[in-house]
Design a protein around this ligand. Structure first.
Ligand SMILES: Cc1ncc(COP(=O)(O)O)c(C=O)c1O
Length: 333
């Protein structure tokens, strides 16, 4: 099967680099214990190029193209106060000459740093949902804008509708090509998974390309059963949107929910250790909420002998850098 081209509004620097992490591998090999350490690579979607990068750039290329096709004048989306998706949406709106309204969960935090600071710099209007459900609050914002004569385009939480997820089916094609060019046998991909569009798209892409790679979603906030069910639904809708003759089921999705720690957005010892190890060994940054947790999951899977030494594991770095600056105290430990 081949993946179709979809209309894009160009935002991303593609292909993102695929880099070896030899010093992280050596650090893990030098630890006490007998765990085999696979070859480790990192797919640098923290370098997608839009507003400090991240996985939402690829999704937004397709979503903004659709918004422009429909004649929208305002992007509206929702997320947590430190949402990377909201920050990237605000930047994408600026690039496309659109207005942006962000509906953020809860109340305004005391500290206006990290992603929230950037949201404001990109000129987004920010509404805090307070005690209201943020999806309902987002619908109110959409209705208010329409009542004032605007043409809002609502982007679902995390950009994870079938069109957004399709971007990661195409991204999987990019990774498979990079591996083929360099003679790398791709065995496993590790990625942080939350609203699910990234993992669902990757799995659809891998199935469509018949690539024998296992994609491990490290759940950021949901129990395995819930996330798998979301992934099956979104994956199937994504495959249908792409016109692929695929049927997806629970067994297509590998999810690890052992790393939820204190819950969404709570950085604990595991994330702190993972962030520090990556920084010291490779000079790379992971964030406290998503990639730090996903990396902590990868380290645990390696230390518990999940992979063979002759396998290749790609850690798909999905960005999140600005959140570091909203977690300074927690990172100091
Ligand atoms: C840095 C980062 N990594 C991973 C994810 C998870 O991606 P998805 O919501 O598509 O599962 C997010 C989502 O917000 C993110 O911001």
């Amino acid at each position: 099967m081949t993946l179709p081209n979809l209309p894009r509004f160009s935002l991303a620097h593609l292909p993102t680099p695929l880099e070896e992490m030899p010093r992280l591998r050596t650090a893990l090999q030098n630890e006490p214990g007998q765990h085999p350490v696979p070859r480790l690579l990192v797919k640098r979607d923290d370098q997608t190029g839009l507003a400090t990068g991240g996985n939402k750039t690829r999704k937004l290329e397709l979503l903004v193209a659709e918004a422009l096709r429909l004649g929208a004048d305002t992007l509206v989306t929702t997320g947590a106060p430190q949402s990377n998706h909201c920050r990237q949406t605000a930047a994408a709106a600026a690039r496309a000459g659109l207005a942006c309204t962000l509906v953020l969960g809860g109340n305004a935090p005391m500290l206006d740093g990290g992603n929230l600071l950037l949201d404001r710099l990109f000129g987004a209007e920010i509404i805090f949902a307070g005690s209201e459900d943020r999806l309902i609050a987002m619908q109110h914002a959409v209705d208010d804008l329409a009542a004032k004569g605007h043409r809002p385009f609502a982007i679902t939480y995390g950009g994870s509708n079938p069109l957004g997820a399709a971007a990661y089916a195409l991204a999987m094609d990019e990774l498979v090509d990079q591996c083929a060019e360099r003679g790398i046998r791709l065995d496993h991909v590790i990625v942080g998974s939350s609203s699910g569009g990234t993992q669902a798209g990757m799995v659809v892409g891998a199935r469509a390309l018949a690539a024998p790679v296992q994609i491990h979603g490290i759940s950021i906030d949901l129990a395995e059963k819930t996330l798998v069910s979301n992934l099956v639904t979104l994956g199937q809708q994504t495959a249908d949107l792409l016109g692929l003759d695929l049927t997806l089921a629970d067994r297509d999705f590998t999810v690890h929910d052992a790393y939820l720690g204190g819950g969404y957005g709570v950085m604990g010892a595991a994330e702190r250790e993972a962030i520090g190890l990556l920084a010291r060994s490779e000079g790379l940054l992971a964030d406290p909420v998503y990639t730090g947790r996903a990396l902590a999951g990868l380290l645990d899977l390696i230390r518990t002998g999940r992979f063979a030494a002759d396998e290749t594991v790609v850690f798909w770095h999905t960005g999140g850098l600005p959140a570091i600056f909203a977690y300074e105290d927690a990172l100091r430990g």
